[in-house]
Write a protein that binds this ligand. Structure first.
Ligand code: FAD
Length: 498
């Protein structure tokens, strides 16, 4: 053994020769994949996680000494960041070549290594198009918040920023008629005490390592993690999945692996891409369609006077206002660092600038679809050979207009003015959904209300590819809660209960 990766991961060839059968293959090691894998292993199943990316960090970058190193974090991201294509309907001069305009991450832990930490819940009306109600989903939120150590709601884990200035700012917004709360964050604020040390940012790789379930041999109640290994193809016979074709980064040949059940957890776009690349559109023409991302505007507020303390406030979406706003700062900087999602940890209390992120619900039409480009020889490069078509509907444009009009009101409520704003292109919010949408009725969607394919019952979706619509909140918490529900459906199938 020469690296940390050797301690934690196993090669595909070892698995192909294993004596013990695999119960569940999970494709992807972000929050969707790891949450499902842990749930299923804890119920006694032999689980394997296949991850295309390498092992680069054992936890979220904000919980490591790299945290404030704007010089080093971009270099780490560049090891595992890939450029992908979403069409840009708002570009003045759309180029026929479709520039690679979006970022995607591929690593053990997926995007949980770099995400920004904001963890609001969807609200009741966000579930209107789902085959599950908010009330039915709420217990999964409770469990996800506990396992992610979300802070902000209770005494055990109080809000991360809780100075008088933050409270004062919330009151100011309230007085201006704008409901605002402490931003709920996936950062553990529980007191260090009696052997407990707070977990920092939630990250799936840290959760997996802490779980004590990792092993090198396939065995019931444990998880084998295979990194640097891309799943190229799902094989099926029209009634069930029969195996997956995988290739390790240094392997010359493919390996075929089989299991009793297969979970897609590559993130909405990659899970959809693999389904399309495997020809699953032939079983259901809705495969690859109904994709959306949050409508996304960034803004810069300039305060009249310094507030003298760090702030992170959250204006939730409402039934009539289908977008949220997050305001962080103060900073000296006047625009966003594209690499440093945790920049809000390093604000300057005397700075005058606040950064605002505004995320609105985008419409997932059937025309918003994933198209494969010419295949690449290298199976790892092949993962990025796709284009997502995402046109904007009239409703999208109306919500974007409302978002743009609301930002200066929020700025004024905070004693600031909006000095700059920017409407970002689809895909840039990194909150993508759809492609394998769920439905209550077999003919109305690709997957059922636990994410199991209607036409292939031993294949299921642990991530937001299954969502029929987007909520007015960032997606990480809801993906984690959804993957708990998804795992329940897989376990029921494996036990023969449904
Ligand atoms: C900088 C940044 C800031 C963010 N901030 C926030 C925030 O504040 N709040 C929030 O809610 N969300 C935030 N997000 C979004 C959030 O991180 C994602 O929605 C969420 O982590 C997605 O989880 P996932 O498990 O579905 O997919 P991912 O994290 O993308 O993991 C999927 C993994 O599957 C692997 N994979 C894919 N296809 C294959 C294949 N064929 N074979 C093998 N492996 C495969 C990929 O390599 C990847 O590692 C942010 C994201 C980024 C990048």
């Amino acid at each position: 053994m020469t690296t940390l990766s050797d301690v934690l991961t196993t090669s595909p060839a070892t698995l192909a020769n294993a004596d013990q059968p695999i119960d569940v293959i999970v494709i992807g090691s972000g929050t969707a994949g790891v949450t499902s894998a842990i749930e299923l292993a804890q119920q006694g199943h032999a689980v394997v996680i296949l991850e295309a990316g390498p092992f680069v960090l054992p936890s979220h970058v904000g919980s490591t000494p790299f945290r404030s190193r704007a010089d080093l974090v971009p270099q780490i991201q560049d090891l595992v960041r890939h450029r992908s294509i979403w069409t840009n309907p708002d570009a003045d001069d759309p180029t026929p070549q479709s520039p690679r305009n979006n970022d995607a991450w591929s690593a053990v832990g997926g995007r949980t290594l770099f995400w920004g930490g904001c963890t609001p819940r969807f609200t009741q009306w966000d579930f209107d198009d789902w085959p599950i109600s908010y009330e039915a989903f709420a217990p999964y939120y409770d469990r996800a918040e506990n396992l992610m150590h979300v802070s902000g709601a209770g005494d055990l884990r109080p809000p991360f920023f809780r100075g008088d200035e933050q409270n004062q700012m919330l009151r100011r917004l309230q007085d201006a008629g704008i409901e605002a709360v402490h931003a709920p964050l996936g950062v553990d604020t529980q007191e260090a005490k009696n052997g407990y040390i707070p977990r920092g940012f939630d990250s799936s790789v840290a959760r997996l390592t802490r779980s004590g379930l990792l092993t090198h041999q396939v065995q019931p109640g444990h998880i084998v993690l295979v990194s640097d290994t891309a799943v190229r193809q799902i094989e099926q016979d029209g009634t069930q999945v029969t195996g997956v074709i995988v290739q390790g980064r240094d392997d010359k040949r493919d390996t075929r692996l089989s299991a009793r059940h297969y979970c897609l957890a590559g993130g909405a776009i990659q899970s959809t891409r693999l389904a399309v690349a495997s020809g699953l559109q032939d079983l259901n023409p809705m495969v690859g369609r109904h994709i959306a991302d949050h409508l996304f505007i960034q803004g810069l507020f300039k305060l009249k006077d310094p507030v003298g303390a760090p702030l992170y406030t959250f204006v939730p979406s409402t039934k009539d206002r289908r977008f949220n706003i997050q305001i962080q700062g103060p900073f000296d900087e006047t625009w966003y660092s594209p690499y440093h999602a945790t920049v809000w940890l390093d604000c300057n209390p005397d700075g005058l600038y606040l950064l605002a992120y505004c995320f609105g619900v985008g419409v997932a039409t059937s025309g918003n679809a994933l198209q494969l480009l010419d295949r690449a020889e290298d199976p790892h490069a092949d993962l990025w050979q796709y284009k997502v078509h995402n046109d904007r509907t009239d409703k999208d444009r109306a919500i974007l207009d409302e978002m743009a009009a609301f930002l200066p009101q929020v700025a004024a409520g905070m004693g600031a003015e909006l000095v700059r704003s920017q409407v970002n292109h689809p895909g840039s919010a990194l909150h993508e959904i759809g492609g394998l949408r769920m439905s209550a009725e077999r003919d109305a969607g690709v997957t059922d209300s636990h994410g199991r394919f209607w036409s292939l019952p031993n294949l299921s979706v642990a991530d937001s590819a299954a969502w029929p619509s987007q909520g007015g909140a960032n997606s990480y918490l809801t993906i984690t809660a959804w993957s708990l529900r998804h795992a329940e459906g897989v376990a029921a199938r494996l036990s023969g209960a449904s």
